[in-house]
Write a protein that binds this ligand. Structure first.
Ligand code: C2E
Ligand code: MG
Ligand code: MG
Length: 289
């Protein structure tokens, strides 16, 4: 907590001069390589510091409650962009435990869906396992599920998740944390077992699985061997600026290579086209207004 306190003034001054932005990381079907959709990831665009990552922003935003407003902006902006993509392309958005605890995650989702007219079944809300152990958060999550959006549990394996809870909360997808996926090659034993077990337990409950942080062709082939349904990671693509994401989304049936060279060796000429879409401005309301 001392770290959080000492990071406060820095983050606050960074935030007062920059503006929020989203990057979009592709989600890839492991049977076909097809682009399934994107996860929207929060950044803070600062004129001098460049793109600031959520690891610096989130502790501060969650501690002072600003995540509520910023989380609304993320949903509104992400849904607006996704509504302009072909209907088979999904969007995933992370929700903070703070939004759910305050019972305002559901109103933010409802508002974003209404304004963007995005079909609810094209939106996945990602939460961490902590959201599944607090009653108030679970109530808000149930309301969100009632809108017809999909629910995903993020970073699975890092904490304790009961498949009983996943079933009762009607979770659609579990995302296996990259700490397991990233070490599949080096550690043949326990991490393989975790990935394989999570996939088979999830499938036995009708829950789909995503491997996070896939960086190599070999990791891709291992998670395919375990019958993981989908993957995300630098091997396929890093989080992308909206222009690149939109150009992939608009390419009918876009497929990623499942073996051989990854994104970083192939990207240059392929995805230069930009497809700008109107941008939702953001202000912190009474904090900065
Ligand atoms: P996450 O939801 O698990 O998102 C995946 C993170 O893994 C992203 O980090 C992404 O850039 C990174 N990643 C993807 N592929 C690879 C890979 O192959 N190797 C490695 N080493 N990393 C990879 P990022 O963007 O820094 O986000 C970190 C976390 O911040 C997210 O983890 C999520 O929990 C949170 N977050 C991001 N955006 C939002 C948001 O809009 N709202 C909330 N509440 N949380 C957010
Ligand atoms: Mg996530
Ligand atoms: Mg994750």
């Amino acid at each position: 907590m001392a770290n959080e306190a000492s990071a406060r003034p820095d983050t606050e001054s960074l935030i007062l001069t920059g503006e929020p932005a989203l990057e979009y990381q592709p989600l890839v079907d492991l049977a076909s390589g097809r682009l399934l959709g994107f996860e929207a990831l929060l950044r803070w665009r600062h004129p001098d510091e460049g793109m600031i990552l959520p690891s610096l922003l989130l502790p501060w935003l969650e501690a002072n409650g600003d995540i509520v407003q910023l989380g609304e902006w993320v949903l509104a902006e992400g849904c607006q962009q996704a509504a302009s993509w072909p209907k088979n392309i999904q969007l995933a958005v992370n929700l903070s435990i703070v939004q759910l605890r305050r019972g305002v995650g559901s109103s933010a989702v409802a508002k974003a869906l209404e304004l963007s007219e995005l079909e609810p079944d094209r939106l996945t809300i990602e939460v961490t396992e902590h959201a599944l152990v607090e009653d108030v958060a679970m109530n808000d999550l149930r309301t969100i599920g009632g809108f017809g959006v999909e629910l995903a549990v993020d970073d699975v394996g890092t904490s304790w998740t009961s498949f009983d809870v996943l079933r009762r909360m009607a979770v659609n997808t579990v995302k296996i944390d990259r700490s397991f996926v990233g070490s599949l090659e080096a550690h043949q034993g326990i991490n393989r077992l975790v990935v394989e077990t999570v996939v088979s337990l999830a499938h036995s409950e009708g829950i789909s699985t995503v491997a996070e942080g896939v960086e190599t062709s070999l990791q891709t082939s291992i998670v395919r061997e375990f019958e993981c349904d989908a993957a995300q990671g630098y091997f396929f693509a890093p989080p992308l600026p909206i222009e690149t994401a939109a150009s992939l989304a608009n390419e009918p049936g876009y497929c990623f290579a499942l073996e051989g060279v990854g994104w970083s060796e192939r990207k240059d000429e392929e995805h230069a086209e930009a497809t700008p879409v109107a941008h939702q401005p953001f202000t912190f309301g009474e904090r900065t207004g």
